[in-house]
Design a protein around this ligand. Structure first.
Ligand SMILES: Nc1ncnc2c1ncn2[C@@H]1O[C@H](COP(=O)(O)OP(=O)(O)O)[C@@H](O)[C@H]1O
Ligand SMILES: CC(=O)N[C@@H](CCC(=O)OP(=O)(O)O)C(=O)O
Length: 314
């Protein structure tokens, strides 16, 4: 007798069949505790502009997000696009300058930021996600007055500086996002905010926007994909990644951090302090980094946890 599907000799003799797919089943089972814990939970994923440069990475990112959705989670994507904004400003002969880690945003630059984030980057991500079904809906913080900001005036060396149309988030209304999630959709959100009087739009750092949304949505996890392995203990002198740290440990470390890591880690701190269970910084240059984080017991990248979860392995 032969097996109907394979035409191979059958197992009616009582010997167990050798299943070549067994390792795949074991990998799925390894993810089961994570998937069970996160079932029905909101996961906010920030996709950084630097991790968005490679076509294969973008397609793999979309697959991971759709996988989470089909596995019963509620993913919300918040995206950046710093390098893409730089390229467009360059093309238009506009200078781009960063102060206190934030783009000095003139009214002309604000038009470019809005066009690139909402018109290009967001559209592309929505398109990639929708290759898997009618799932993704793009919006900016302006839509349904989801993110409201006021002018942000940071201090450098004790002096208040003017960085133009950069916003500091003052309130979040999660209604529109929750309606989309309830409908089984994947919201894809550009980090642009409206103003309380509806007369202005503001440029908000995408890490900051993702963290604020994660806290407001009561997300289980915030995942921040970037272009390094995680938070390096002694950057740029060493590439030893801190795999887990508590909010108190992170608070002590913050003054030593520089450049793009500052809004990322401040965001992780804000999210975990405001009820998000874990915040993770993952290497977006690695294909399927989201699934790798879930499908490996030890996880990859850096994980920030509340103080009461200190100790132990990941
Ligand atoms: N302690 C640190 N660990 C890792 N990266 C750091 C650290 N301090 C500063 N950085 C810098 O932060 C960058 C990530 O931020 P950013 O360029 O804004 O990424 P994204 O576009 O993903 O938001 C890294 O590429 C690295 O140059
Ligand atoms: C105020 C401010 O700096 N806004 C950012 C928004 C995009 C962003 O944060 O993109 P990444 O995540 O790719 O860095 C900017 O204009 O570049």
């Amino acid at each position: 007798m032969s097996d109907e599907k394979t035409g191979q000799p059958g197992t009616s003799g009582g010997t167990a069949r050798k299943h070549t797919a067994l390792p795949k089943a074991q990998i799925l089972i390894e993810a089961l505790p994570w998937l069970t814990r996160h079932n029905g939970k909101v996961v906010v994923i920030k996709f950084g502009g630097n991790a968005m440069i490679d076509e294969d990475l973008k397609a793999a990112f979309a697959q991971d997000v759709v996988f989470l959705r089909q596995a019963g989670l509620k993913p919300v994507v918040v995206h950046g696009g710093g390098p893409q904004i730089n390229a467009q400003l360059d093309k238009q002969g506009l200078v781009s300058e960063f102060k206190a880690g934030l783009r000095v945003t003139t009214p002309e630059a604000m038009d470019v930021v809005r066009m690139v984030l909402a018109g290009h980057v967001q559209r592309e991500l929505v398109g990639l996600l929708n290759q898997h079904g009618p799932l993704a809906v793009g919006m900016t913080g302006e839509d349904a007055r989801t993110i409201i900001a006021s002018k942000h005036s940071p201090e450098i060396d004790g002096e208040v500086i003017d960085i133009g149309r950069v916003g500091e988030i003052t309130s979040i209304d999660t209604g529109a996002i929750e309606a989309l999630l309830e409908d089984g959709r994947i919201p894809v959100i550009s980090s642009i905010a409206g103003s309380a009087d509806d007369h202005h739009v503001y440029n908000v750092n995408a890490d900051t926007a993702a963290a604020a949304l994660a806290a407001a949505l009561g997300a289980e996890t915030l995942m921040v994909l970037t272009d390094v392995e995680g938070l390096y203990a002694d950057w740029p002198h060493s590439d030893e990644v801190i795999s887990k740290l508590t909010v108190s440990e992170l608070e002590k470390l913050l003054p030593e951090l520089s450049s793009g890591m500052v809004p990322k880690m401040e965001g992780c701190l804000h999210a975990v302090r405001n009820g998000v269970n874990t915040a993770r910084v993952l290497d977006g240059r690695v294909q399927h980094s989201i699934l790798l984080e879930i499908f490996t017991d030890s996880g990859i990248g850096t994980m920030v946890v509340p103080d009461h979860q200190s100790g132990g392995t990941r």
